[in-house]
Design a protein around this ligand. Structure first.
Ligand SMILES: [Zn+2]
Length: 71
């Protein structure tokens, strides 16, 4: 086996508040210890509360498509 290096691009994933549609949900310091764990969030605008199985915001990597691969 040998290592292979692939360039990636990072994006930030925000969850827009379902209530006010303008704020973003921000994870609190707490974790609900279920399986899988759940994370309470609070809207940074209207303070609405929602629980997710992932933390927001988080980063996600995207593959950069090779320009040669496009037709
Ligand atoms: Zn909100």
């Amino acid at each position: 086996m040998s290592e292979q290096v692939t360039p990636i691009e990072w994006v930030r994933v925000d969850y827009i508040c379902d209530k006010c549609k303008t704020g973003i949900m921000v994870a609190t310091q707490y974790v609900i210890c279920t399986n899988p764990p759940r994370y309470p969030h609070v809207c940074n605008q209207c303070k609405a509360e929602q629980v997710f199985e992932v933390m927001y915001p988080h980063n996600r990597d995207l593959f950069i498509e090779s320009k040669e691969a496009k037709p």
